[in-house]
Design a protein around this ligand. Structure first.
Ligand SMILES: *Cc1c(COP(=O)(O)O)cnc(C)c1O
Length: 404
């Protein structure tokens, strides 16, 4: 089981006060807080081994390279990739999706189709629209119902051998819906389509196994899994990464350069042009170790408790409506109170030290679907408590009184 007092002591920021009140941080779907071990890993890199990787024969460069590659292996093991070179370091989910969408110009022709869903983050919409515009392909969208669940029968109807890739989030950042990706992957492979999973919201909350899922690509952000900003992972099956053209050209990604022709480096370097976020990549490995020490199953169980408690308590507030009521959900609660603008609630609860997100959460099509300008979103992490949820409920009631 998870020892909440011990866990909270790992996060220095949780001792901060905001507007004179103890910080209650419920914006975890936007970015997670960082435990001391991750902060220390960043400092330790700069204090003891700062050096460019893969280049020098000198000792420091070798130490930095080793630390970076050890981190890659930790992540390989964590997601159960077959090879370490199938794990690419990126700057985050957005980078991972753009890398694949850009390379897919080589595999998608005019008249082909790319499929996403009605509940994607803008980062899993725009790169595919750009791809479709470049090549003259069609963007197909799997619809959802009013609970915020994908309509699987409609997905199966839309799926034909015109579809070259299905790009879908494992968990919606705005609704918390956990999508049935196993089924989607199997069906998509049935028509020869590749599948990319946007795992930005799943990686912080659950264990997954890329070989068991059999997905072609899986991407997530370091900063949402207790790691540093500017770090992230793109997993790709070896056969796909070998076929896919490089995303950026530069140093580190080449085998040989002449003015006549350049040949590319082996995986993973082919996709890692330039000097990467070395400290970030190393500290991301530390973050993954940290999560594994607590155990993602323990994290998941505890967060489900918070979700259930938060849902019950918030629904006691008169006029409060939860947007996103899927049967399978993670610890995200998006809501509105009567006709009050989400921004007004967000501003008032902030005065009480409570950080929630307000707005469209980079998912404007979801807001259009529900015909709302936005929501207030409280997203819980394993370092949050029921007492903090009580504080949120009290603050929302206070905001409601002040605003109506
Ligand atoms: C946060 C998020 C992204 C974008 O991640 P970045 O870290 O900003 O690149 C993409 N998809 C989902 C579902 C997200 O929650």
């Amino acid at each position: 089981m998870l020892d909440i007092n011990k866990v909270r002591a790992d996060f220095p920021i949780l001792n901060e006060t905001v507007n004179g009140k103890p910080l209650v941080y419920f914006d975890n779907a936007a970015t997670s807080q960082k435990p001391q071990v991750v902060i220390d890993a960043i400092s330790a890199y700069y204090e003891t081994i700062n050096s460019n990787i893969h280049r020098g024969v000198h000792t420091l460069s070798q130490l930095a390279t080793d630390a970076y590659e050890v981190s890659r292996q930790k992540i390989q093991k964590h997601i159960n990739a077959k090879h370490a070179h199938e794990v690419l370091f990126t700057t985050g989910t957005t980078h991972g999706i753009n890398l694949v969408a850009s390379g897919f110009s080589a595999f998608v022709k005019a008249g082909d189709a790319v499929m996403i869903s009605a509940m994607e983050h803008h980062s899993n919409i725009v790169p595919w629209q750009m791809l479709c515009e470049r090549v003259g392909a069609e963007l197909l969208v799997i619809p959802m119902n009013d609970k915020g669940e994908l309509i699987i029968e409609e997905f199966e109807k839309l799926l034909t051998n015109r579809v070259k890739i299905v790009a879908i989030n494992h968990i919606s950042n705005a609704l918390g819906t956990i999508n049935p990706i196993e089924h989607i992957i199997t069906k998509a492979h049935g028509v020869g389509a590749a599948v990319l999973i946007d795992g930005a919201q799943s990686a912080p909350h659950m264990q997954f196994d890329v070989q068991q899922l059999d997905c072609d690509f899986y991407t997530f952000s370091g900063h949402k899994v207790c790691g540093p900003t500017g770090s992230g992972i793109l997993y790709g099956k070896e056969e796909w990464l070998n076929k896919l053209p490089p995303y950026q050209g530069g140093g580190e990604m080449i085998k040989e350069v002449t003015f006549a022709k350049t040949t590319y480096a082996e995986l993973p370097h082919k996709f890692e042009a330039g000097t990467p976020n070395i400290a970030g990549g190393i500290a991301l490995g530390t973050a993954i170790d940290y999560l594994n020490a607590i155990g993602l199953d323990n994290i998941n169980t505890y967060e489900q408790e918070l979700l259930q408690y938060g849902t019950e308590k918030l629904l006691e507030i008169e006029g409060l409506k939860i947007i996103g009521t899927a049967k399978n959900k993670t610890s995200v609660i998006s809501f509105n109170v009567g006709d009050i603008h989400p921004y007004d609630i967000g501003s008032i609860v902030d005065k009480m030290g409570i950080a929630v997100r307000t707005g469209h959460h980079c998912t404007q099509p979801i807001m259009d679907f529900f015909k709302i300008p936005g929501t207030v979103r409280a997203s819980f992490s394993f370092y949050n408590t029921k007492e903090e949820i009580d504080a949120l409920v009290a603050a929302v009631i206070k905001a409601q009184r002040m605003l109506s």
